[in-house]
Design a protein around this ligand. Structure first.
Ligand SMILES: N[C@@H](CCC(=O)N[C@@H](CS)C(=O)NCC(=O)O)C(=O)O
Length: 222
């Protein structure tokens, strides 16, 4: 049964060590200074299905609960937040740049399956070289070509993909954490962008919380 008694923003997430989709809206909320309550449901336990069922129509995380509304799926949640708090500029103000930001966000949301499958997010671990198949390298090459193109284009406007932090950065932040875990070799521009993401206080907070978690999901450990 879906709980409908809700007036504040609440974000339902999975394990911080493993749930890359949860990190995306969580990071965007933190970056834009929006207060929210966090509901963490550890994934793949005997209780997970019944707990997810309480909140999530898709039985997946993340889910946002706000003003009697349930919004699920990371990108839909970010889009909802952008409409709900427009003064915070979750997307670039310029229409052309907004379309670019949306294009790379959608590309992340619907693609890079080889990377996702072979290099699952695991903030606690260091697994240099693991999972690096030729198909994964193709995903990495596409991601770093996006980072290079955007960082060169918006170099004078800030350290993030389109200068200031936008939803596009929230979408790519988990990739930065994967690149660190698997020690993926990066060109200098991509390395600098990865470092800028890693320096965000909210990312540090997430990593620290992930390290404090005790659940171990064997399917994401090699
Ligand atoms: N397209 C969804 C993907 C959500 C997703 O796959 N979430 C995973 C955790 S990262 C999940 O809830 N898995 C639980 C399950 O599949 O039972 C999004 O963008 O939010």
């Amino acid at each position: 049964m879906i709980r409908i008694n809700m007036t504040q923003l609440r974000l339902v997430i999975g394990n911080k060590n493993y749930s890359s989709w949860s990190l995306r809206p969580w990071l965007a909320l933190k970056q834009f200074g929006v207060q929210f309550e966090e509901i963490r449901i550890p994934l793949y336990t005997p209780e997970t299905a019944s707990k997810l069922q309480e909140y999530s129509p898709s039985r997946k995380v993340p889910v946002l609960l706000h003003n009697h509304q349930i919004i699920w799926d990371s990108l839909a949640i970010c889009e909802y937040l952008a409409e709900e708090f427009p003064h915070l500029h979750w997307w670039p103000a310029d229409k052309t740049n907004r379309a670019l930001a949306r294009s790379i966000s959608a590309e992340m949301h619907s693609g890079f399956q080889n990377l996702r499958q072979n290099m699952p997010m695991n903030c606690r671990k260091k697994l240099p070289g693991k999972g690096l198949t030729p198909e994964v390298q193709k995903d990495i090459d596409r991601i770093t070509s996006i980072w290079q193109e955007f960082r060169q284009k918006f170099a004078t406007e800030g350290d993030m993909l389109l200068g200031k932090f936008t939803i596009a950065d929230a979408m790519y932040a988990p990739v930065v954490l994967r690149f660190i875990t698997y020690d993926v070799q990066l060109d200098s521009i991509s390395k600098k962008y990865a470092e800028a993401i890693l320096e965000l206080p909210a990312i540090q907070e997430w990593i620290q919380a992930a390290k404090n978690e005790t659940e171990v999901l064997s399917q994401y450990e090699f």
